[in-house]
Write a protein that binds this ligand. Structure first.
Ligand SMILES: Cc1cc2nc3c(=O)[nH]c(=O)nc-3n(C[C@H](O)[C@H](O)[C@H](O)COP(=O)(O)OP(=O)(O)OC[C@H]3O[C@@H](n4cnc5c(N)ncnc54)[C@H](O)[C@@H]3O)c2cc1C
Ligand code: FES
Length: 340
């Protein structure tokens, strides 16, 4: 038995395709040339998520990091885990062009620099050389890096814009103990060969037609630096406000780069927020959403991009729901832990 499925997208396009009984939706979509962004295929990363608008469906496995109980109530689903039991329609909050844009490539880069830029953060520079065409990605997307000397891979958001004439950059949080963290801290050397898969993800800078609120938690700054670079390149005239939250002021990094980018935007504001601030910290304290201007967000259309650790992203999502800020369009990337 075959069911008819419709996928509609943020740009208003709808694509139709047949799905076999008991077939995984993602497999059917890929077979029909619709490349929904994906990463883990295991119901963990949340990259392939959409929302069911009509029809009956079931999901094999949904990790709580990928979709919350509230998401499930709202009929959000993971394409890699969903099977349909009737004709059905699904909505994806990104443009249909993403399903036809650059297919993830497997590449290898060479470490050209690794710098510790704060107590808890390093920047890895990867040079792809001139042998392959430039890697095409959208600011906000990420790459999956295979950690040299291990079988493990980890996801990292690009920290510079696509097409920049420089090595790829990744902002990497140094955990006290972690496969990538230990590699960067102890063994990473200029000249190391690093395999990667990219581009991945459905978090990316949309066409800018409204004021932007960019919110980074820790190394979530990475994706937002790529977006800021893109905004400068495209001569963005909209107001841009970047909030950057970290635990301690010694965790802040890339401040001169933020300042330099901000000076090239006509209406840029920057607010660092420290959750566990020393007494001598003069700036904002606590959690980022405590410092949002809710009356401004209520009165004007805003695109809100949030990137970083799941607790920070989730607290902002809950806050938005509580405030009922209907003129805010939210896009987010949660840095879920890896299971591989
Ligand atoms: C789409 C996506 C994009 C990402 N982009 C970035 C990025 O740009 N920069 C970045 O630094 N990270 C990013 N991450 C997270 C990154 O992939 C790794 O999970 C993280 O760097 C830890 O890797 P590790 O190998 O050092 O530690 P692991 O070996 O994975 O973990 C070691 C230990 O640390 C704990 N742990 C793992 N992750 C966290 C965490 N976030 N907070 C607290 N404890 C943790 C684990 O429970 C474990 O006990 C992203 C994740 C996703 C899904
Ligand atoms: S690709 Fe479906 S949840 Fe990761």
């Amino acid at each position: 038995m075959t069911h008819k499925v419709a996928f509609s997208f943020a740009d208003g396009k709808t694509l139709f395709f047949p799905v076999q009984a008991n077939e995984i939706l993602l497999d059917a979509a890929l077979r029909n040339g619709i490349r929904i962004p994906l990463d883990c295929r295991e119901g963990v990363c949340g990259t392939c998520q959409g929302r069911c608008e009509s029809g009956q469906y079931s999901q094999d496995y949904v990790d709580e990091d990928a979709l919350s109980a509230q998401d499930l109530e709202q009929r959000k689903m993971l394409s890699c885990q969903t099977r349909v039991q009737s004709d059905a329609a699904f909505y994806f909050d990104f443009d249909s062009s993403l399903c036809h844009s650059a297919e993830p490539q497997r590449l290898a880069g060479v470490v050209s620099a690794v710098q510790q830029v704060s107590q808890s953060t390093a920047i890895l520079h990867l040079d792809l050389g001139n042998d392959s065409p430039p890697l095409d990605f959208l600011p906000g997307q990420y790459a999956r890096l295979k950690i040299p000397g291990s079988d493990s891979s980890r996801a990292y958001s690009f920290a510079n814009r696509p097409g920049a004439q420089q090595p790829l950059q990744f902002l990497i949080r140094l955990l006290p103990d972690g496969v990538m963290s230990n590699y960067i801290r102890e063994r990473c050397r200029v000249g190391d060969r690093v395999e990667l898969e990219a581009p991945l993800g459905a978090f990316y800078l949309r066409q800018v037609s409204r004021p932007l609120l960019l919110v980074a938690g820790g190394t979530g700054l990475s994706a937002l630096l790529a977006m800021l670079e893109q905004l400068v390149t495209q001569d963005c005239q909209q107001p841009v406000h970047l909030y950057y939250g970290v635990r301690h002021s010694r965790d802040l990094c890339e401040l001169p780069r933020i300042q330099a980018l901000g000076e090239r935007l006509p209406a840029f504001r920057f607010t660092p927020v420290i959750s566990d601030a020393d007494p001598d910290w003069q700036g904002k304290r606590g959690y980022i959403n405590e410092h949002f201007d809710s009356s401004e967000l209520r009165d004007r259309d805003t695109d809100l991009y949030v990137c970083g650790p799941p607790p920070m992203v989730d607290s902002i999502r809950i806050w938005l729901q509580e405030q009922q800020l209907e003129r805010v369009q939210l896009y987010y990337e949660r840095f879920t832990e890896s299971t591989i």
